[in-house]
Design a binder for this molecule. Structure first.
Ligand SMILES: *Cc1c(COP(=O)(O)O)cnc(C)c1O
Length: 371
């Protein structure tokens, strides 16, 4: 591209964007398929909760209104849901917005740095680089667990944020809470530990894995949660940060006033009420995970332990097919999964848990492709 005559920041000119896959419609058209199943983005396997759908329909007439700045009703509901002081909660347009705000609020470009693992969720690095903030990555161990020692070694007096994802994406690895606690206590108070718990509710035993119940013991801990996965609201964009009180106050000050729209707020309130749908989701994910894991292992794949709503796997060493070929062969048959080459892992794939029907279809087609 020729440089424009007007100013565009060098970070923007050099930016490598997030790469979404093909849409369902594009795949249907390209391969002449009737049915396309998407198991690529860790969305809810049961769709949107019926209560959420009713609530959005009933409140559709509010679409002309701005939401109340700060979404106080939603904040009160979240505080009650977690049994915590509402002052800690800041809702965002997806937890992506909270990540973006953290990177713009805490580190000063050219002075501070941000630390994460490699590979890690792409938003941490994308937002840091866009802001001109140094982004340091520490390789995961061979089994995809965190290398706590090396993460600590990468932290210096200028480290503003360390991102940890637990359960991790794309592996599904979920460390015991004792590991996370030891790491949190080893960090200097000048550095915030951001624990992205987008998938924590799928782990089966939150007390054994999350620091959230003891959040107030830490002055430099941030936890991120989202409505995109177990609550089934990915398309409405709703997530939240749980932050130390002073940081939450700063974030509320600089937060775009209406980024959580009025229907997303209504949907979030309904999703918190619909405990039946949530239990059904967690049960469907646990069942799908056991079924697909067993089927992948029977096909000779290496399956990594996952406590999220997806599984990462490696093709059998004996297979002549590459991960990209397998991804494309499944695509042509109407099932979208995620090759992990963009994470720098050409031999690995990630599949999100679908409905029981979709899980069976995936296994059947993969067996055909690998035969
Ligand atoms: C899906 C996901 C999120 C959620 O992002 P939203 O913006 O809330 O949709 C956050 N972190 C990780 C690691 C994820 O995989």
């Amino acid at each position: 591209m020729t440089p424009p005559s007007y100013p565009v920041r060098p970070e923007v000119q050099a930016f490598e964007p997030y790469s979404p896959g093909l849409s369902i419609d594009e795949i249907r058209a390209r391969f002449g398929l009737d049915r396309v199943v998407k198991m690529a983005s860790n969305e809810n396997p049961l769709g949107a909760s019926p209560l959420v759908q009713q609530r959005i329909a009933a409140r559709a007439g509010l679409a002309f209104r701005y939401a109340q700045t700060g979404n106080p009703r939603l904040v009160a509901a979240l505080a009650a849901f977690h049994g915590m002081d509402p002052g800690h909660f800041v809702p965002g347009n997806g937890s992506d917005e909270i990540i973006d705000l953290l990177v713009r609020i805490c580190p000063t470009p050219g002075r501070h740095n941000v630390v994460a693992s490699k590979p890690s969720f792409s938003m941490y690095g994308l937002q840091s680089r866009l802001c001109g903030v140094e982004f340091r990555q520490v390789p995961l161990r061979e089994d995809f667990s965190f290398d706590w020692q090396s993460l600590l070694a990468a932290v210096d007096t200028q480290t503003a944020l360390v991102f940890i994802t637990t359960p991790d994406n794309p592996s599904g690895y979920c460390p015991p809470v004792s590991d996370v606690e030891a790491f949190a206590r080893a960090l200097p108070p000048s550095c915030l530990l951001v624990v992205d718990e987008a998938y924590m509710d799928f782990c089966g035993d939150e007390a054994a894995h999350s620091l959230l119940p003891r959040f107030t013991e830490f002055s430099n801990l941030v936890i991120l949660r989202t409505f995109s996965k177990s609550f089934g609201l990915a398309g409405l964009r709703l997530g939240y940060g749980i932050l130390p009180l002073p940081l939450a106050a700063h974030m509320r000050n600089v937060h775009p006033p209406f980024s959580v729209n009025i229907l997303a707020e209504e949907a979030g309130l309904a999703a918190l009420e619909d405990t039946v749908f949530r239990q059904e989701t967690l049960a469907a994910v646990a069942e799908g995970r056991a079924f697909i894991k067993q089927a992948l292992e029977a096909l000779g794949c290496r399956v990594f332990p996952s406590q999220a709503n997806f599984l990462m796997f490696q093709l059998p060493a004996a297979s002549s097919r590459t991960a990209k070929e397998v991804f494309e062969a499944l695509l042509a048959r109407g099932v979208i999964i995620r090759p992990l080459s963009s994470y720098g892992m050409p031999r690995h794939l990630r599949v999100s848990m679908g409905s029981a029907d979709e899980n069976h279809l995936f296994v059947t087609l993969l067996r055909e492709v690998l035969a």
